[in-house]
Design a protein around this ligand. Structure first.
Ligand code: CO8
Length: 258
C-alpha cells in the first residue's frame, strides 16, 4: 500500500504512523484521514504489531488541526458527516487491541490534539503546544475534543481549554494529565520506543485485555465495570501466558511470553 499523506512502517513489532504533510503542519485533510483509516485497518489485520506509535513529520507539528481549507465551505450536513467520519477513525484507533502512543512532536491543535487524545498515552516534546482553538473559528471541537478531554482531565479544566481556547505548553499538559511525560524533541522517539518496548515485553494477552477492560469499563457504572473486570480477569487464566508468567516468578527467572 502506498500512502502520500502518512508514512506507515512496521519495525521490531512496532507500527509507526507518521502524519506527513509537514508544509501544512500535518493538517488533517480528507486524504490523510482516509490513509490513516487504511493504516489502522492494516494494523487490525497484522498480529505481528504489538504497539502503535503516532507522530507528525517535521520538527514543528504533530498536527495543527483539521485542514481549514477543506472545512470552510462545508454545509451543516456535510460538517456533521465529516465529524462522524473522523470520530469513527479516531475511535477505531483508540479501540485497537494494541496500545497506541502519541509522540506529540510540536503543535497539536484542534483535530491534532483530538487525535492525540484518542491515543492511549501521550509523550510530548518540550516545544509542543496543545489546544482546541475551534470556538475561535466559529465552530467547536468535532473529532472527540468535547468528550475525551473532560473524561481525561475533568470537566472544569476541559471546559476552560475548549471555551477559552487556552493553548498550553508541554509542562502544563503534563500537569493537567494530558501528557504522560515531557521529553526534549531529539529524545522523543527514543523515549516513546522505550515505553513501547517495556509494554510489549509483558504478556500481550494481559496488556490487551487490561486495555480493553479500562476502555470499555470507563463508560460503564462502577458496578458493571467491576463485573466486566472479573469476567475478563477470569478469561486470562489457564492460558499459556498466565502459566508462564506465574511459573517464571516462582522460578525466579524473567518470563518469556514469545
Ligand atoms: N489547516 C490548513 N492549513 C494549515 C493549518 C490548518 N489547520 N494549520 C497550518 N496550516 C498551514 C498554513 O496555512 C501555512 O500554509 P502556507 O505556508 O501555505 O501559508 C502552513 O501550514 C504553515 O503555517 P503558518 O504559516 O500559520 O505557521 P506559523 O508558525 O506562523 O503558525 C500555527 C503555526 C500557530 C499552528 C498556525 O498555523 C495555526 O494557528 N494553525 C491553525 C490552528 C487551528 O486553528 N487548528 C484548528 C483547526 S479546526 C479543527 O481542527 C477542527 C477539528 C474538528 C473537525 C470536525 C469535522 C468537521
Amino acid at each position: 500500500m502506498t500512502f502520500e499523506s502518512i508514512i506507515y512502517e512496521v519495525k521490531n513489532s512496532l507500527a509507526y504512523i507518521t502524519l506527513n504533510r509537514p508544509k501544512a503542519l500535518n493538517a488533517l485533510n480528507q486524504q490523510l484521514l482516509t490513509e490513516l483509516n487504511e493504516a489502522i485497518e492494516m494494523i487490525q489485520n497484522d498480529d505481528t504489531v504489538k504497539a502503535v506509535i503516532v507522530t507528525g513529520s517535521g520538527e514543528k507539528a504533530f498536527a495543527a488541526g483539521a485542514d481549514i481549507t477543506e472545512l470552510k465551505d462545508l454545509d451543516r450536513e456535510a460538517a456533521a458527516k465529516q465529524s462522524e467520519f473522523g470520530n469513527a477513525i479516531f475511535s477505531k484507533l483508540g479501540a485497537l487491541p494494541q496500545p497506541v502512543i502519541a509522540a506529540v512532536n510540536g503543535f497539536a491543535l484542534g483535530g491534532g490534539m483530538e487525535l492525540a487524545l484518542a491515543c492511549d498515552m501521550r509523550f510530548v516534546s518540550t516545544n509542543a503546544k496543545l489546544g482546541l482553538p475551534e470556538v475561535g473559528l466559529g465552530i467547536m471541537p468535532g473529532y472527540g475534543g468535547t468528550q475525551r478531554l473532560g473524561r481525561l482531565i475533568g470537566w472544569g479544566r476541559a471546559k476552560q481549554l475548549v471555551l477559552a481556547t487556552d493553548t498550553i505548553d508541554a509542562e502544563e499538559a503534563y500537569r493537567l494529565g494530558i501528557a504522560n511525560k515531557v521529553v526534549v524533541q531529539s529524545e522523543l522517539m527514543t523515549e516513546v520506543e522505550k515505553l513501547a518496548s517495556k509494554i510489549i515485553s509483558k504478556s500481550s494477552a494481559g496488556v490487551q485485555m487490561a486495555k480493553k477492560t479500562m476502555e470499555i469499563g470507563s463508560d460503564l457504572t462502577l458496578e458493571d465495570a467491576l463485573a466486566l473486570e472479573a469476567k475478563n480477569f477470569g478469561s486470562l487464566f489457564a492460558s499459556p501466558h498466565q502459566e508462564e508468567g506465574m511459573a517464571a516468578f516462582l522460578e525466579k527467572r524473567p518470563a518469556n511470553f514469545n
